[in-house]
Ligand binder design. Structure first.
Ligand code: HEM
Length: 598
């Protein structure tokens, strides 16, 4: 009996131990793989109601404040993770870039996509999947826009800067249009070798149409088919199948964007009947021919390849030039909702919503490839009018280094750290893409004990709202970066425009976190146009500051008007509303320099 009760006791205790072990390990496993915290989800639609279609980065910032720097959301079954700090973005998008570098899928990968509106954009690098085609495209883009190569574009960019200064001195009130024209003309010249100031081309209008089509298509949740893919099977003639009708009209607009300047460039190459290599040497000797452009360089390279690589490389070349021409704009509207309802346009019978940076009466078409550069330059004008002491210090540095006998140049960068600091501060103070560009994970992952499933969309939110005292204390206690560009430990008084924060002993201080590392994105998908953008921003900013005074506009009694910059409320942030400021050439010498350069 005793033997029985002992063995029974042992048996029961072993079973109990096993049960406890099983329960404990299940709970631990559950804890280990639990999803990050986030707002409660409703059946089927999940967090669709928490996911804003306007003021996106501001509202998502509210979620990060409430749930922490890794927030889980699910919209119609699609997992999404919102990253609220630079630390988290670095940990995942930079250090684990190999699994965080995909982009959300395009519709054309799904069945029956004959005429769905997103078709036509499959060439655009910002939208490509993380795979071999993207890798090849990225390599080609890098070959055309890396720090070593971009110096070749400097002569045409310098010319564009000088023309911009002349326009600004002649008609300073139209400064937003001059900025747009400057950026578009220099990028089109770099990409295709076409001078839009001298040749009449439809390129700007084509890009405007294509971008309007893009903006109208890539609005999250606009078409029910996105959430109910089964609708793809409904024939186009069926009432209410708007996405197919829209797609039929928009796809040719997008094709024009890639084909028209490319075809013209090809025709020019053929008509000149001069081998590309010969033409380049003629140009370098100043004996005529087209200036070097991305297209001529890539065609020359492709001409030395064998099929089928040759055809593929030409395809990539075409996409690369178009990405420079329109890519930055694509980046901007990809998950943008900044299309105001009153900006409605009718295009070829289809109602499409156009995106404009400001609601002025400009006759200039909205230009391609300009979004981030445009916004950053608008920030410069706003900051200079608001912070006269910064402008004065910039003038002092430029007078000491460049002097009154010449205009600044790209090569002056190392000797002008304060101007470089102004550029960094513009990129930080009004970050242009606060939500970066959405990524998608390619593998299951675990981060800080949370499970992040494969296929999750990753959204970094570098929104620039300042921290409350309580939030700041929480950051200090947890030792995490908060709000990326607004972290007071890296950027004391973050709301202040203070370029000197980047300087130490008259040089750029390497110990201050570089805001450009945030503004241009993370890891393998970080902006490949960064060096190009930084160089051109420096050169144009130095030239503006060297030759102009910028101050608040005056009222009729000659009193300074309060400066107000209305920010667009979408994903991509810019000082989109026009603001008034007084822009005047600094001196007779500056005027003479501008005139002499043109
Ligand atoms: C102030 C200027 C600019 C800023 C702040 C900026 C910022 C960005 C950001 C945040 C991304 C997304 C990176 C990510 O996924 O983490 C991006 C991607 C990209 N940018 Fe820029 N950009 C600028 C100018 C340019 C210019 C001038 C070009 C072209 C010459 C360019 C071409 C691209 C391309 C092609 C991508 C997609 C890269 C990929 O998906 O692999 N950007 N940019």
């Amino acid at each position: 009996m005793e033997l029985f009760s002992l063995s029974g006791f042992l048996l029961v205790s072993s079973v109990c131990a096993l049960v406890v072990y099983f329960v404990k390990s299940t709970v631990r496993r559950h804890q280990e793989v639990s999803l990050p915290p986030g707002p409660p989800r409703l059946p089927i639609i999940g967090n669709a109601l928490d996911f804003p279609s306007r003021n996106m980065s501001k509202i998502l910032k509210g979620l990060s404040d409430k749930y922490g720097d890794v927030v889980y959301l699910e919209v119609f079954g699609q997992p999404m993770v919102l990253l609220g700090t630079h630390d988290a973005a670095m940990d995942l998008m930079e250090k684990r870039s190999y699994k965080y570098s995909d982009r959300p899928p395009l519709d054309h990968e799904l069945p029956l996509n004959e005429c769905w509106g997103r078709a036509g954009w499959d060439w655009a690098m910002p939208l490509l999947h993380y795979g071999s085609w993207w890798r090849r495209s990225r390599r080609v883009f890098h070959d055309c826009f890396n720090a070593g190569v971009i110096t070749r574009y400097r002569p045409v960019q310098t010319e564009a800067i000088h023309r911009f200064l002349l326009r600004l001195s002649t008609d300073p009130t139209a400064f937003p249009e001059h900025i747009k024209h400057f950026i578009a003309s220099s990028i089109i010249r770099v990409a295709y070798g076409v001078d839009i100031d001298k040749e009449r081309t439809p390129y700007l209008a084509i890009a405007t149409d294509a971008m309007a089509a893009f903006a109208a298509t890539f609005v999250p949740g606009k078409y029910l088919v996105e959430t109910l893919p089964i609708l793809r099977f409904i024939p186009g003639w069926f009432p209410g199948v708007q996405f197919k009708k829209d797609g039929k009209v928009r796809t040719p607009l997008v094709q024009k964007l890639t084909d028209t300047p490319w075809d013209a460039c090809m025709a020019a190459i053929v008509s000149r009947l001069v081998p590309l290599s010969r033409r380049r040497s003629l140009v370098s000797r100043g004996e005529g021919g087209a200036p070097p452009s991305v297209v001529t360089d890539l065609m020359e390279r492709a001409s030395q390849l064998e099929e089928p690589t040759k055809t593929e490389e030409i395809q990539i070349a075409k996409a690369t030039a178009a990405a420079a021409y329109a890519g930055t704009r694509v980046v901007r509207v990809y998950h943008s909702d900044m299309i105001a309802d009153d900006d409605l346009n009718h295009h070829k019978g289809v109602r499409i919503r156009c995106e404009f940076y400001h609601s002025d009466t400009s006759e200039l078409p909205d230009t391609p490839g300009t979004a981030q550069l445009y916004s950053t330059l608008m920030t410069l004008f706003f900051a200079m009018a608001s912070y006269p002491q910064v402008l004065e210090r910039a003038h002092r540095e430029l007078d000491a280094v460049v002097g009154s006998s010449r205009l600044p140049d790209f090569d002056d960068a190392p000797a002008l750290p304060y101007i470089t600091a102004i550029m960094k501060e513009c990129l930080r103070w009004r970050i242009v893409l606060p939500l970066g560009l959405m990524r998608r994970t390619t593998e299951d992952d675990e981060y800080r004990g949370y499970y992040i499933p494969k296929g999750t969309f990753i959204i970094p939110n570098a929104w620039w709202v300042s921290l409350s005292l309580a939030q700041l204390l929480a950051c200090l206690i947890q030792n995490v970066d908060r709000a990326f560009t607004r972290d007071p430990r890296h950027y004391p008084n973050p709301e202040e425009f203070k370029p000197e924060r980047y300087l130490k002993d008259g040089m750029i201080d390497p110990d201050v976190q570089d805001p450009n590392d945030i503004a241009f994105g993370y890891g393998r998908r970080a902006c490949p146009g960064r060096e190009f953008a930084e160089a051109v921003l420096f050169a144009v900013m130095a030239s503006i500051l060297h030759t102009f005074r910028i101050s608040p506009a005056l009222d009729e009694r000659g009193m300074p008007l309060p400066l107000e910059s209305k920010m667009s409320d979408g994903v991509a942030l810019s000082i989109s509303e026009p603001f008034k400021c007084t822009i005047a050439v600094r001196s007779a010498e500056a005027e003479a320099l501008i005139n002499a350069a043109n």
